[in-house]
Design a protein around this ligand. Structure first.
Ligand code: ZN
Length: 447
């Protein structure tokens, strides 16, 4: 019996496996924390009172959990939304319609009344040439699955600058979403320094369909007014908690998530859930009888959504020790059922880690080939830190992503706890294994 139990947990001591997996599944702490973060603090866009409150809250909780906790200051963009309206104007050809819109993050404010031109890609703007001048560009697309996000996100990030350069007066983007009940989905747009800036907003997928149908029948005029604006950069911080390694305290296993959220909702799924998971993993590991060999560092990044100041600030502040970061994980893919663990590592890394993940067999979570990453980890790309992901089912992730529907009711407490268990086991394994994962090859250049 004892032998069977030992086999089931591999090299992980049974009492550790019990404390990490059993603890996560029964404590209820991750969900209780998420409820505090969402219902009591709420939206946490960089520079907002909610973001400031979240920093203080997280610092206190990490300290309560027995981690050595601190903040590391970062300057963040401070963008505020304001009134936002848009409508299709009535004409002899048809009635008017109010549009469900929301400004893209970091958009300038302003208003415009103009005819609409539909485009299907950023590249198409150049091809349209003079047809765009003085018009509102409407970016339409066919996103229907999570994998489509990467294909179409360029229209949000760079479509407004391409349109401004071509002489457009404003931009409407079909929300990057896999479902909608007429809720527009925001997200970051990035203005090129050399392009005229135009106001840019997301429109609900239903209203995008309406625009498309009307454009098939003739010219459509829209009036749009956005009250958003950029304020001076604000003081904020990443929040860090550590369980110091008992043998190799200089070697660091980083588990992170981002503390900021968009302003339209509570940011429960993006990324309150990730925050709750990595805090719970840190709490459970801090409660073990014996600390792991290496240092576990919980990093709650600020400003992932509209600037990445926290990720960039962390990489810069810790440049000298990134070579001793032996693994890094960011939980930022929601909180649905965890399916697998994936690695970005050198040759042989998967085989090294596999036996240490046996405690996750009971949750049907397996190591699989794939890739790992996280936006806040990209600024440390050059250091070739092995990356790890606990990969949840993301089928419904983009149904609510960056929209007013990202609220606590979308989170299943049991799946949240399973994710926390998986992160706890993965983090413990990486901090305790006798050897460290081989470092991965450099990422192939994308351009
Ligand atoms: Zn996120």
């Amino acid at each position: 019996m004892l032998l069977a139990l030992l086999l089931a947990v591999g090299p992980v001591p049974p009492e550790v496996a019990q404390k990490l997996v059993g603890g996560a599944l029964t404590s209820g702490v991750a969900y209780a924390r998420l409820q505090e973060l969402t219902d009591a603090i709420g939206a946490r866009l960089s520079g907002s009172p909610g973001a400031a409150a979240a920093v203080q809250w997280a610092l206190k909780k990490l300290q309560q959990d027995g981690l050595a906790a601190r903040t590391e200051a970062v300057k963040v963009p401070h963008w505020v939304r304001g009134e936002e309206t848009a409508e299709i104007l009535a004409s002899p050809a048809g009635i008017g319609h109010r549009l469900a819109v929301t400004a893209l993050g970091n958009s300038i404010g302003g208003s415009a009344t103009a005819e609409v031109v539909e485009a299907r890609s950023v590249a198409e703007i150049a091809a349209l040439g003079a047809a765009v001048r003085g018009k509102i560009v409407f970016f339409n697309h066919t996103m229907s699955a999570p994998a489509d996000y990467g294909k179409f996100v360029e229209m949000r990030s760079h479509g407004p600058s391409a349109s401004g350069r071509a002489g457009a007066v404003a931009v409407l983007l079909r929300s990057l979403a896999t479902a909608s009940f007429r809720s527009p989905h925001t997200g970051l747009t990035i203005y090129d320094a050399d392009a005229p800036r135009v106001p840019a907003a997301a429109v609900s997928t239903e209203d995008a369909d309406l625009l498309h149908r009307l454009l098939q029948r003739g010219p459509v005029r829209v009036r749009i007014a956005l009250g958003c604006r950029m304020l001076p950069d604000a003081d904020s911080a990443n929040v860090i908690g550590e369980v110091r390694g008992r043998e190799k305290p200089d070697e660091v296993v980083l588990i992170g998530a981002h503390l900021d959220s968009w302003d339209l909702a509570q940011g429960a799924n993006d990324d309150g859930a990730g925050v709750a998971m990595v805090m719970e993993a840190g709490r459970l590991i801090a409660s073990l009888q014996q600390r792991p060999r290496r240092t576990l560092r919980v990093v709650l990044f600020m400003n992932e959504e509209n600037g990445l100041a926290g990720g960039k600030g962390y990489a810069a502040a810790h440049q000298a020790e990134l070579g001793r970061h032996v693994a890094a994980l960011e939980a930022d893919s929601g909180a649905d059922r965890p399916l697998s663990v994936r690695l970005r590592t050198g040759e042989g890394g998967n085989a090294m880690l596999a036996p240490w993940l046996l405690p996750l067999e009971s949750l049907d979570i397996h190591l699989e080939e794939g890739d790992a990453g996280g936006a806040d980890l990209t600024p440390m790309d050059g250091a070739l830190v092995p990356l790890v992901s606990v990969h949840p089912d993301v089928t419904h992730y983009f149904d609510i992503h960056h929209s007013a529907a990202d609220t606590l009711d979308k989170i299943d407490p049991e799946n949240l706890a399973k994710n926390a268990a998986a992160i706890a086991v993965v983090a413990y394994a990486l901090a305790e294994m006798p050897a460290t994962l081989p470092r991965p090859a450099a990422r192939p250049a994308t351009h």
